[in-house]
Design a protein around this ligand. Structure first.
Ligand SMILES: [Cu+2]
Length: 131
Protein backbone atom coordinates (compact mmCIF):
# COMPACT_ATOMS: atom_id res chain seq x y z
CA UNK A 1 0.00 0.00 0.00
CA UNK A 2 2.87 2.37 0.54
CA UNK A 3 5.70 3.27 -1.75
CA UNK A 4 5.84 0.48 -4.27
CA UNK A 5 3.04 1.31 -6.66
CA UNK A 6 3.50 4.91 -7.77
CA UNK A 7 7.07 4.35 -8.86
CA UNK A 8 6.65 1.75 -11.59
CA UNK A 9 3.71 3.69 -12.99
CA UNK A 10 5.89 6.78 -13.24
CA UNK A 11 8.61 4.77 -14.94
CA UNK A 12 6.22 3.47 -17.55
CA UNK A 13 5.10 7.00 -18.29
CA UNK A 14 8.72 7.98 -18.86
CA UNK A 15 9.17 5.05 -21.20
CA UNK A 16 6.10 6.01 -23.15
CA UNK A 17 7.37 9.58 -23.39
CA UNK A 18 10.65 8.35 -24.82
CA UNK A 19 8.85 6.28 -27.40
CA UNK A 20 6.96 9.33 -28.53
CA UNK A 21 10.16 11.36 -28.63
CA UNK A 22 11.74 8.86 -30.95
CA UNK A 23 8.78 9.18 -33.26
CA UNK A 24 7.37 5.75 -32.67
CA UNK A 25 3.84 7.21 -32.77
CA UNK A 26 0.74 6.04 -30.99
CA UNK A 27 2.31 5.27 -27.64
CA UNK A 28 -0.62 7.08 -26.16
CA UNK A 29 -1.24 5.16 -22.98
CA UNK A 30 0.94 4.18 -20.07
CA UNK A 31 -0.50 0.69 -19.91
CA UNK A 32 2.10 -2.04 -20.24
CA UNK A 33 0.13 -3.50 -23.12
CA UNK A 34 0.72 -0.34 -25.14
CA UNK A 35 4.15 -1.67 -25.86
CA UNK A 36 2.72 -4.82 -27.42
CA UNK A 37 0.87 -2.85 -30.00
CA UNK A 38 3.51 -0.19 -30.50
CA UNK A 39 5.10 -0.23 -33.88
CA UNK A 40 8.69 -0.89 -34.31
CA UNK A 41 10.51 0.55 -31.32
CA UNK A 42 11.17 -0.45 -27.73
CA UNK A 43 12.97 1.91 -25.40
CA UNK A 44 14.62 0.59 -22.27
CA UNK A 45 16.10 3.03 -19.81
CA UNK A 46 19.13 1.83 -17.91
CA UNK A 47 20.12 3.24 -14.54
CA UNK A 48 22.04 1.89 -11.54
CA UNK A 49 21.08 -0.94 -11.47
CA UNK A 50 17.84 -1.62 -13.22
CA UNK A 51 15.96 -1.43 -16.47
CA UNK A 52 12.81 0.62 -16.95
CA UNK A 53 10.70 -1.07 -18.06
CA UNK A 54 12.07 -4.46 -17.12
CA UNK A 55 9.44 -6.25 -19.16
CA UNK A 56 8.88 -5.53 -22.83
CA UNK A 57 6.85 -7.04 -25.64
CA UNK A 58 7.56 -7.48 -29.32
CA UNK A 59 5.66 -9.13 -32.13
CA UNK A 60 7.40 -12.08 -33.72
CA UNK A 61 8.67 -11.73 -37.24
CA UNK A 62 8.62 -7.95 -37.42
CA UNK A 63 11.62 -5.65 -37.28
CA UNK A 64 11.96 -4.05 -33.88
CA UNK A 65 14.39 -1.34 -32.93
CA UNK A 66 15.65 -1.81 -29.43
CA UNK A 67 16.72 1.50 -27.89
CA UNK A 68 19.02 1.48 -24.90
CA UNK A 69 18.66 4.85 -23.20
CA UNK A 70 21.63 5.26 -20.92
CA UNK A 71 21.37 9.03 -20.75
CA UNK A 72 20.62 9.06 -17.01
CA UNK A 73 23.18 6.46 -16.03
CA UNK A 74 26.47 7.04 -14.34
CA UNK A 75 28.23 4.09 -15.87
CA UNK A 76 28.23 1.98 -18.99
CA UNK A 77 25.34 -0.47 -19.37
CA UNK A 78 24.28 -3.05 -21.85
CA UNK A 79 21.44 -5.26 -22.91
CA UNK A 80 22.27 -8.81 -23.84
CA UNK A 81 19.67 -11.24 -25.14
CA UNK A 82 21.52 -14.54 -25.47
CA UNK A 83 18.63 -16.29 -27.24
CA UNK A 84 18.99 -13.93 -30.18
CA UNK A 85 22.72 -13.26 -29.88
CA UNK A 86 21.97 -9.59 -29.43
CA UNK A 87 24.21 -7.24 -27.47
CA UNK A 88 23.74 -3.51 -27.13
CA UNK A 89 26.06 -1.30 -25.06
CA UNK A 90 25.92 2.39 -24.20
CA UNK A 91 28.31 4.63 -22.36
CA UNK A 92 26.92 6.96 -19.69
CA UNK A 93 24.94 9.71 -21.38
CA UNK A 94 24.53 7.71 -24.57
CA UNK A 95 21.55 6.26 -26.38
CA UNK A 96 22.23 3.33 -28.68
CA UNK A 97 19.93 1.20 -30.77
CA UNK A 98 19.83 -1.96 -32.80
CA UNK A 99 17.19 -3.42 -35.04
CA UNK A 100 16.36 -7.07 -34.85
CA UNK A 101 13.67 -9.51 -35.88
CA UNK A 102 12.65 -11.83 -33.07
CA UNK A 103 11.32 -14.77 -34.97
CA UNK A 104 10.48 -17.22 -32.20
CA UNK A 105 7.58 -16.44 -29.84
CA UNK A 106 8.41 -17.00 -26.19
CA UNK A 107 9.84 -15.40 -23.08
CA UNK A 108 13.48 -14.44 -23.10
CA UNK A 109 15.65 -13.02 -20.40
CA UNK A 110 17.92 -10.09 -21.01
CA UNK A 111 20.54 -8.65 -18.71
CA UNK A 112 23.50 -6.34 -18.44
CA UNK A 113 26.79 -8.14 -18.86
CA UNK A 114 29.01 -5.60 -17.20
CA UNK A 115 30.67 -7.08 -14.13
CA UNK A 116 28.25 -7.34 -11.23
CA UNK A 117 25.36 -5.53 -12.90
CA UNK A 118 23.22 -8.57 -13.49
CA UNK A 119 23.64 -9.60 -9.87
CA UNK A 120 22.75 -6.08 -8.77
CA UNK A 121 19.40 -6.32 -10.49
CA UNK A 122 19.87 -5.55 -14.15
CA UNK A 123 17.72 -8.26 -15.63
CA UNK A 124 14.55 -8.10 -17.64
CA UNK A 125 12.22 -10.07 -19.79
CA UNK A 126 11.40 -9.85 -23.48
CA UNK A 127 8.11 -11.41 -24.45
CA UNK A 128 7.82 -12.20 -28.12
CA UNK A 129 4.21 -12.64 -29.12
CA UNK A 130 2.80 -14.30 -32.20
CA UNK A 131 2.01 -11.74 -34.81
CU1 LIG B 1 24.80 -2.37 -16.37
Amino acid sequence: MIANNPRPRLAVVFAAASLTLFGAARAQTAAPAANAAAPGEITIIATEFKYTPAKVWAAAGRPVTLVLDNSRAETEHGIVIPAFELRLVAKPGEVTRATAVFDKPGEYEFSCDLPGHREAGMTGKLIVTRS
